[in-house]
Write a protein that binds this ligand. Sequence first.
Ligand SMILES: Cc1cc2nc3c(=O)[nH]c(=O)nc-3n(C[C@H](O)[C@H](O)[C@H](O)COP(=O)(O)OP(=O)(O)OC[C@H]3O[C@@H](n4cnc5c(N)ncnc54)[C@H](O)[C@@H]3O)c2cc1C
Length: 462
Amino acid sequence: MIDAVVVGGGIAGLATAYELSKRDRSFVVLERGARAGGVILSEEIDGFTIDGGPDALLIQKPDGIQLCQELGLGDRLVVTKPPRLAYIQRGGTLHPLPAASVLGIPTRFGPFARTRLFSWPGKIRMGMELFIAPRRAGSDDGDESIGAFMTRRFGREATTYLAEPLLAGIHAGDVDRLSLQALFPRFAEAERTHGSLLRAFSRRPTGPVSVEGAFKSLPGGLSEMVRALVTTLGPAQVRTGTRVDAISGRGPFLVRTSNAETIDARAVVLATPAFATSALMRDRDEEIARLAGEIPYASAATVALAFKRDDVRHPLNGSGFVVPRVEATGILAGSWLSSKWPNRAPDGHVLLRTFVGGARDPEALQKSDQELVALSMNALRPLLGIRGEPRFTRIFRWERSNAQHEVGHLARVAAIERALGKHPGLFITGSGFRGTGIPDCVADGRATASAVDAFLQTSAKV
Ligand SMILES: Cc1cc2nc3c(=O)[nH]c(=O)nc-3n(C[C@H](O)[C@H](O)[C@H](O)COP(=O)(O)OP(=O)(O)OC[C@H]3O[C@@H](n4cnc5c(N)ncnc54)[C@H](O)[C@@H]3O)c2cc1C
């Protein structure tokens, strides 16, 4: 019998296993797919380094970077290339996201006055945020959508041209459904304590005061992190091509796999997407199965496109751009991967990537590869002055891969945690539950492993 089975070999499951191994616990990670890493997938093609899924580790949430350092990858971490600009498309033009901003809303007057991203009536409405009364007492505990919050405080234009495209570009999500309390609790807190976000954030720095920018990555793409984890854990402990079909017993548990074997374990960690967690819990706890099954996921694709530098007229001076829904260009965002990170394309070439689908366009994944490339080229060609065709393209389809923490998410997760109390030895982690970015998944996986360790210690004493 082993101490723990970890179901799911995405970053959440691997981070859980890493912390278990540090605590000298015996474990095995069972992963349905042919490789570990889940949505983390990097490829080398003809001297181009392509991240098909995530490419960036947020510095402000240090858990992802710290894990890289512990894995011996500290010296390999790279920062984004200057100028560290991101853009928003409006009216066929790219406008730099104003510096010193709260989700893109300038907190200083200078960038506010200069930007042509907003109309003057829009700017005036945003400035009036200082005088908009906070939400009525009594309703403060209630969650609301980020769209409702931004429109209430800054006006419709701020939601249309900032919050909506940024959330579509980061979470593949719908601004009118995503939860303020789950994703931006500090905004709700700032409103409550200062009465105004502009007042709150103009007094203190809004992001990392760093010459390094906001993100780091690895030169071979983020799969480097996955490879280092698998090597550290021991490849035999990370079994790919092994789907978990059922979990029975009340501790010890019997974990049945698609290879028709049964593994005995004192504890089980479900590090699967919420819908898979729901399926695995169905015979055991209807309430958990129902609540986990209610957590929505968006599907999206990324389309990597390689060009000769001379075929792209735009200076590509930044990391890329997001596209508001109202611009209707067919893509959610465009990343200039070779301008964002060092050494992603050979000399004389550039690597671009579009982000397609998400909550905005749920049918996008039904499109053929050719259609996705054509749609990406139609969006990029006029904006970046592209001549000719890409040298090559690569399409990554991410079916139901972006967890959506919608209004009411925190209450749902709290209910899941309460119900989980009835199943000692069973644990849940992963992006569907307590945080979606890689740093959150790493932090939650490690915290879950600590809870497993504490459980094993107490159950050993009984
Ligand atoms: C396109 C894209 C870009 C992103 N960009 C960023 C970024 O730049 N920075 C960032 O921080 N975050 C980013 N994210 C978010 C972040 O990458 C993910 O939220 C995170 O990696 C999810 O990790 P996970 O382990 O929870 O889930 P997953 O990676 O989905 O892993 C879950 C694993 O469970 C396995 N599984 C499911 N059912 C079973 C079963 N029954 N038995 C065994 N195994 C099973 C699956 O095969 C899968 O490998 C991005 C996400 C996407 C999709």
